[in-house]
Design a protein around this ligand. Structure first.
Ligand code: NAD
Ligand code: ZN
Length: 358
């Protein structure tokens, strides 16, 4: 097919307090006494007020998801095995958290119906069967994981998503109240994932009017929140939540670029997390995205954010080579950023020099 026919999220609810509609939303999706399983970010563990708002019925269960590390295929397989052993079948999986928990929810939903290990499905269109019903509820905004057709996993040999038409959520609940109170640095790193998605999409060679419309709107929202607002308020939460959604829609029909390609190498070798890793890399990408990087630095300064420096200092040649291999493996990202002749432009030497600056 010449043009991608892309699968989107089926249902979206947006609004302050929308989380309290969850019981009603789930009711028609319950299959007999098979439970709904709520994956909740471990940040909320012990928060009884929050736990009480989760509409548990019958055998429903809350599983707190440890996001110390970004999701691994082993973790996905284990949670799937545990659920199968305990319940056999489940009615659905609801992921309540940031990109990590939402990706865990997508992945486990798919692995409830697809045999083997999630590592077998890292790639494009390898998933064979629709997963169980799945819902995404962000509690931190920026990744666009709520709308994307992937769930990023670190496996035995690579960090790569399960990209497929079965991957998008059946339902998302966008409640801006839930993202209030994220620590300032973390909020910024994740929000900048959205900002960087916009710059990479808007300056990419894959751009079309569909991506541009969403990308420009998400960028405008990010600028409003991080450059023009004097104080964080309810309006900022709402706009950030919509920026993440629009940024995700923008890359759904295009691709990310240099910052992501380079930060994947850091993530693979050093375990650097997605948001902060993108910031560390983007900070040094003036030659690729001059205006975006200038504006990014203004936002960093205005919000007094700490961007780590010198994280590749002292690495061995072998370690640099691992990062370079992982990064150059992301062909579509480089092609989007630099064009069809990207291999001539982005040599191993040039990429090594870039990694050494980080
Ligand atoms: P995250 O989910 O890793 O969470 C970051 C931190 O914020 C964690 O410590 C978490 O406990 C905490 N947190 C979450 N909600 C909170 C709240 N309301 N208050 C306080 N703390 C809260 O961060 P992220 O940046 O949202 O997600 C990164 C992950 O998303 C990575 O694993 C990355 O690979 C993935 N990702 C996926 C896609 C996709 O399309 N599927 C796109 C980009 C990134
Ligand atoms: Zn990203």
């Amino acid at each position: 097919m010449k043009f991608r026919n892309f699968k989107m999220v089926d249902y979206v609810v947006f609004g302050r307090g929308a989380f309290d509609q969850l019981d009603e939303i789930l009711a028609p999706r319950r299959k007999g006494d098979a439970p709904m399983i709520f994956f909740v970010d471990y940040f909320f563990e012990g928060n009884e007020t929050f736990a009480k708002r989760i509409p548990l019925r019958g055998k429903d269960k809350i599983v707190y998801i440890d996001v110390t590390d970004e999701p691994k295929t082993k973790y996905v397989d284990k949670v799937r095995d545990d659920l199968k052993a305990e319940f056999g079948e489940v009615s659905g999986i609801i992921g309540i958290g940031g990109g990590s928990v939402m990706d865990m929810a997508k992945a486990v939903s798919l692995m409830m119906t697809n045999p083997g290990s999630s590592a077998d499905y890292q790639g494009w269109d390898l998933v064979k069967f629709a997963g169980v019903y799945k819902v995404g509820i962000p509690t931190i905004s920026g990744t666009g994981a709520e709308v994307s057709r992937t769930c990023v996993l670190t496996g035995p040999t690579r960090k790569l998503g399960m990209n497929s038409d079965f991957t998008p959520f059946d339902q998302i609940v966008l409640d801006p109240e839930l993202i209030r109170g994220v620590p300032v640095n973390q909020q910024f790193y994740t929000a900048m994932d959205c900002y960087i998605h916009c710059i990479e999409s808007l300056q990419g060679t894959y751009l079309n009017a569909f991506s541009r419309s969403y990308g420009e709107e998400a960028l405008r929202l990010c600028q409003e929140i991080f450059l023009h607002k004097e104080k964080w308020d309810d309006d900022a939460d709402e706009k950030l939540m919509m920026a993440s959604y629009a940024g995700g829609m923008s890359i759904a029909y295009s691709q990310v670029g240099v910052a992501h390609a380079v930060s994947y190498g850091l993530a693979y070798l050093l375990g650097t997390k997605h948001g902060i890793g993108n910031c560390i890399v983007f900070d040094k990408l003036e030659e690729f995205y001059p205006e975006g990087v200038k504006e990014f630095k203004e936002m960093v300064k205005k919000h007094n954010i700490d961007i780590p420096q010198g994280i590749t200092k002292g690495l061995t040649d072998e370690q640099f080579n691992i990062m370079i291999d992982v990064s150059l493996g992301m062909a579509p990202l480089w092609e989007n950023a630099l064009g069809k002749d990207w291999k001539e432009q982005m040599t191993r030497e040039r990429l090594r020099a870039l990694y050494e600056q980080l």
